[in-house]
Write a protein that binds this ligand. Structure first.
Ligand code: HEC
Length: 121
């Protein structure tokens, strides 16, 4: 091998190492970024907002079924256990979700429902 060939091999090798490092660094930001806990709001949007709207006041569909404003005192004054029970088993026109959502998912929905009270203060 001549000296010139050895040098160009080394340059190529260095470039590859840099390319791999650059790729790794650019991926770190996306792959390892901590996700915020959006479980409650996302589940609510997917399962509940058709009747309750994302912020709690009933939609037209909700109103026609007699859904209350979820930010109102009669809803907010209930305990987590009471809300869990209603979301799991349903109540009058409110459908039951225990077959569709896990207990942990229902817990995050209860927590989300309780954040809706702030809106009225
Ligand atoms: C098909 C429409 C509909 C959907 C979808 C729906 N609800 Fe309801 N919800 C109602 C109605 C109607 C009521 C009023 C029930 C009653 O007290 O007669 C209600 C009541 C409630 C209450 C208050 C209960 C009380 O007695 O104070 C909570 C809390 C609630 N819903 C949470 C949820 C959550 C969380 C979801 C999604 C997992 C959801 N709802 C999905 C229609 C719906």
């Amino acid at each position: 091998m001549t000296k010139i060939q050895q040098n160009s091999n080394r340059t190529l090798c260095c470039r590859m190492v840099f390319a791999v490092l650059a790729l790794f660094i650019s991926l770190r930001g996306t792959v390892f970024a901590e996700p915020q806990d959006q479980t409650g709001p996302t589940l609510f949007k997917g399962n509940c907002a058709t009747c309750h709207s994302q912020n709690g006041p009933p939609t037209a569909v909700g109103k026609s079924l007699n859904a209350p404003d979820l930010g109102s005192a009669p809803v907010q004054n209930q305990t987590n256990a009471q809300l869990q029970q209603i979301i799991s088993n349903g109540k009058d026109n409110m459908p039951a979700f225990k077959d569709k959502l896990s207990p942990a998912e229902i817990d995050s929905l209860v927590a989300y429902v309780h954040t809706l009270s702030k809106r009225n203060k």
